[in-house]
Design a protein around this ligand. Structure first.
Ligand SMILES: [Zn+2]
Length: 920
């Protein structure tokens, strides 16, 4: 173990984590030599430096000869210019070669690190000309040059799976949940991080929240969840505010199978559409003379299934084995085929297919004519599902009823969902943060383009920009539309700063910022050129972790590849400018706090603050989460506190002089466990206090020579409170059988906690204080409601108390540590009383985080969690900061100074303010 703190490797940590947007916006200054080559006057930069890598993001304007088949020619080109690219061709594997209608070839490579694929690391080489005339015209993408992470897992396989299942936050979803092993993956950023990728599906319990599917990356060295996001964003194309609270559903599973077989003959029939009009449909005739909605007229078979109201739980794991495509005994389909949405889904799939084939030269979602499957009229507990989804194998359309048609009625929604399939087979944009918002934006762009093209709507038509406007039975198109692409939103004015906990980091909430720019381009250029431009950017320039500015550069590079003249390239650049999509936009957001650490990279940073010092987890440099400490005034350089021993060090506490924390990972004998460690903030030895292989150790606290923590038995769930004084072996505090402690707090010889138990099935809770000096309980405040966030500060015990029953608001209360009196600091009837809150406090002020709830009109920055401060003796709370985005994990220092994690800029930063902003 080390005695001297080592300097923090960077003030701007770089790795994947809490907000993928943080990882997507890795800020590393471009090497001057590279930056100098970019021209200020040319709308398309000739060279864009990579971030967090020595490999350039984009090189254009080349004309270098390259002989041989495309893959070999591209690899030879990269190998011939090691100084330019810094790429080891031996780490690349071709994933696809795209051939454009003009003969141009794009070879897409995946980067591997020691045989393990690197998430989002794809590099593309563009070839033009033939034979001896073949030339590399440009190249770009993401290739990470700094990877040194191990390539074999240290955590046992079964344990990795257990951690993955822990990503299901709703405990009801845990029973019967499955974790499908997708193999090892290295997350980029710094040295990289070896993970095991699982697709986690929740169990099928009727009491559950709707089934969810999450992609979970578990750190294979220390067993932490390194990254988790929903597999696909549901309700991606729902109508307006009226339906946004409706159930979101994602059905996922093995690839949908198609019943089309040798006995099927291409045929035609008629079917009623959702409006009751009988229209011609392509069908397949079975030997018994019946017809199915199977269209055999294209390279890809288009099949449409009608769930006819079957419950979504039947579809977990894929289409039920007994479900056949929509069938009619004659060539004329019955009325339900129309009202369920099957006819429209079937027709729209064909229209979308033809658009991609005829306009852009693409055969279906995968470009190779793979079968196209739609499902309609699945229900949730008897109610229509108010959304449409692409689940990785098929489209599913819900809706229907007195107010809405089936969502299949909307061609723009069908185009949106099917474009998600195209994106999955091309740029593979990850569904999170700015990248996910760009994924949604591209789906909206093509969904809208397909509809206005097929319906002959001019781009100047006032309704041309409406999205999903045709699903309502009543009301105007404007009131029905879920989004409009001409809403003029910009990054600087409108970007919604949220972490991954809400809408996967704002993938729908921020999408029209980018789709608005693309829509403007479609209005300015002619629509065909714009469609080819955006399609070329999607298939030939974008890579899975790109952010908005990468997207801008991709579209401009595609414009150059399409030989757009300079004036048109300038108009494309102007469209992005108008939506605030330009390098460095995040820094233009007005913030009133000072950043101490930018772009935090771990999912559990949980800052601890006392006596002018902060301690926080971060995963810069080593790959495994480490702890750093710095000054709350921002002076000096943060230093690493935790040893570099391959374990996860996070969730620390400090009293301003020393820190204490749990280290998780293999111990010196290679066995997995947790150890409580402590170390003085100004250096000195790291000391192990207590270790366990069967109990999870957490909520560690420190005050002078005292250390307290919780120990939870992983088998029984029983939780003990352990306390050590002056380095002695920890002793267990008495706790009634069946009582579960949490929210541990420690100060000046007193330990406090909140406690939960049940009496005759009724939940009870209490706030308790125990004196380490006398060895006795000194205070106990019971409640029939819920007590949490207990905190010893200013000589009092503070807590948040939520009354039993449907009451919407919580009180902040305070009690003497001798148990004599409890008073309201902020009563439930105060207009400032929060629904739920977490507390932090100095000896003079209380700061609380009031969790937001979604307003009727949808999420706004104002509704995201914000911090409030009031005197510890009570008073009117005032805003700590007027920053517009999400503010979480507050940690009080002295007086009114408070630190917190702020997501306003699209990164997650540790920030500070000395005193509250009062009014915003
Ligand atoms: Zn979508």
């Amino acid at each position: 173990m080390e005695d001297t703190p080592v300097p923090h490797p960077s003030r701007t940590p770089k790795a994947l984590g809490l907000a993928v947007t943080a990882a997507l916006s890795l800020t590393l200054a471009a090497p001057p030599a590279l930056a100098a080559q970019a021209s200020d006057t040319d709308p398309v930069p000739a060279l864009v430096a990579g971030r967090d890598t020595a490999t350039p993001r984009l090189v254009t304007g080349l004309a270098e000869r390259a002989e041989g088949a495309p893959v070999a020619a591209a690899l030879a080109h990269l190998a011939a210019h090691p100084e330019r690219y810094r790429i080891d061709p031996g780490q690349l594997t071709e994933v696809a070669t795209e051939r454009a209608a003009d003969g141009r070839r794009t070879v897409r490579f995946q980067q591997y690190h020691g045989g393990v694929p690197v998430l989002g690391a794809q590099y593309l080489v563009h070839l033009v000309g033939d034979g001896a005339d073949q030339r590399v015209e440009s190249a770009g993408g993401k290739y990470f040059t700094g990877l040194t992470a191990p390539t074999t897992a240290a955590v046992p396989e079964a344990m990795l799976r257990g951690f993955a299942l822990g990503a299901l936050t709703d405990p009801r979803a845990r029973s019967g949940a499955t974790a499908e092993d997708r193999g090892p993956v290295v997350l980029p950023g710094g040295a990289g991080r070896l993970t095991r990728h699982f697709t986690v599906r929740s169990g099928a319990d009727r009491s559950d929240a709707p089934p969810t599917t999450r992609e979970v990356y578990v750190d294979a060295t220390v067993g932490d969840i390194a990254l988790a996001h929903d597999t696909r964003a549901p309700s991606s194309a729902g109508p307006g505010p009226a339906a946004t609270a409706a159930t979101a559903t994602a059905v996922s599973g093995p690839a949908a199978t198609v019943a089309a077989g040798p006995g099927l003959e291409p045929a035609t029939g008629t079917a009623p559409d959702a409006h009751g009009r009988r229209v011609p449909v392509n069908t397949a005739r079975l030997p018994d003379g019946s017809h199915q909605l199977v269209d055999l007229t294209r390279r890809a078979t288009i099949t449409t299934y009608d769930a006819a109201g079957r419950d979504l739980l039947d579809f977990i794991g894929g289409l039920p084995a007994d479900l056949r495509p929509a069938t009619s005994p004659t060539a004329d389909f019955p009325a339900a085929t129309g009202t369920d949405g099957a006819t429209d889904a079937h027709l729209n799939a064909g229209i979308v297919y033809d658009f991609y084939r005829d306009r852009l030269g693409r055969e279906g979602l995968d470009g190779k004519g793979a079968p196209i499957v739609s499902l309609v009229a699945m229900t949730n507990d008897g109610a229509p599902i108010m959304n449409a989804t692409w689940d990785g194998t098929m489209m599913s359309y819900g809706g229907g009823g007195p107010t809405y048609h089936s969502f299949a009625v909307a061609l723009d929604i069908a185009g949106h969902e099917m474009t998600h399939g195209v994106i999955e087979h091309t740029a593979g944009l990850v569904n999170a943060g700015q990248t996910g918002a760009m994924n949604e934006a591209l789906a909206d762009y093509f969904g809208n383009a397909i509809e206005v093209t097929a319906r002959g709507v001019a781009m100047t038509d006032p309704k041309a920009a409406l999205f999903g406007e045709s699903v309502c039975r009543t009301g105007t198109p404007e009131s029905c539309a879920g989004r409009r692409l001409d809403d003029r939103r910009t990054t600087v004015r409108d970007y919604l700063g949220t972490d991954l906990g809400l809408d996967a980091g704002g993938v729908h909430l921020n999408s029209t910022i980018f789709s608005g720019a693309l829509w403007d381009i479609r209005r300015t250029l002619d629509p065909l050129t714009a469609d080819r431009l955006v399609y070329r950017a999607l298939t030939e320039y974008l890579t899975p972790l790109d952010d908005f500015v990468d997207g801008r550069n991709a579209v401009l590079a595609a414009g150059r590849a399409l030989n757009l003249d300079r004036a048109r390239l300038r108009s494309v650049a102007a469209a992005f400018d108008a939506h605030g999509i330009r390098a460095g936009w995040e820094s233009e957001l007005g913030v009133d706090s000072r950043a101490l650490v930018r772009a935090i990279s771990t999912s559990t940073p949980a800052p601890a603050v006392a006596g002018g010092r902060w301690v926080m987890g971060d995963s810069t440099g080593t790959g495994a989460p480490a702890l750093y400490t710095g000054s709350t005034t921002g002076t000096g350089t943060p230093v690493r506190l935790s040893p570099e021993d391959g374990r996860r060090h996070s969730r620390a506490a400090t009293d301003g002089k020393a820190a204490v924390w749990p280290a998780v990972g293999p111990d010196s004998e290679g066995r997995f466990g947790t150890e409580v460690l402590t170390r003085p903030l100004d250096g000195g030895p790291v000391r192990g206090l207590f270790a366990s292989r069967t109990e999870q150790l957490g909520e560690v606290r420190i005050s002078g020579g005292d250390i307290a923590f919780l120990a939870e038995d992983q088998e029984t769930g029983r939780t003990r409170i352990l306390v050590s004084r002056d380095g002695a072996a920890p002793v267990e505090l008495p706790l009634p059988e069946g009582h579960r402690p949490s929210d541990l707090t420690l100060r000046d010889g007193l330990v406090g906690w909140s406690e939960r138990w049940t009496v005759d099935g009724q939940p009870r809770s209490a706030a308790a204080v125990h004196s380490l000096t006398t060895g006795r309980a000194t205070a106990r405040y019971e409640s029939s409601g819920t007590i949490n966030s207990t905190l010893l500060a200013g000589g009092r015990l503070l807590w948040v108390e939520t009354p039993a029953g449907p009451a919407a608001r919580s009180a902040i209360r305070s009690g003497a540590t001798d148990g004599s009196a409890a008073v309201d600091v902020l009563p439930t009837d105060s207009p400032y009383a929060p629904a739920t809150a977490t507390l932090t406090a100095s000896d003079r002020t209380i700061t609380f985080q009031a969790s937001g709830s979604e307003p009727a009109g949808g999420w706004t920055n104002a509704a995201l969690p914000k911090l409030w401060q009031l005197p510890i003796t009570g008073g009117t709370p005032v805003r700590v900061s007027c920053n517009r985005g999400g503010q979480v994990e507050p940690a009080a220092d002295r007086d009114s100074r408070v630190l917190w994690l702020d997501a306003t800029t699209g990164h997650t930063d540790l920030v500070v303010r000395e005193r509250p902003a009062t009014s915003c």
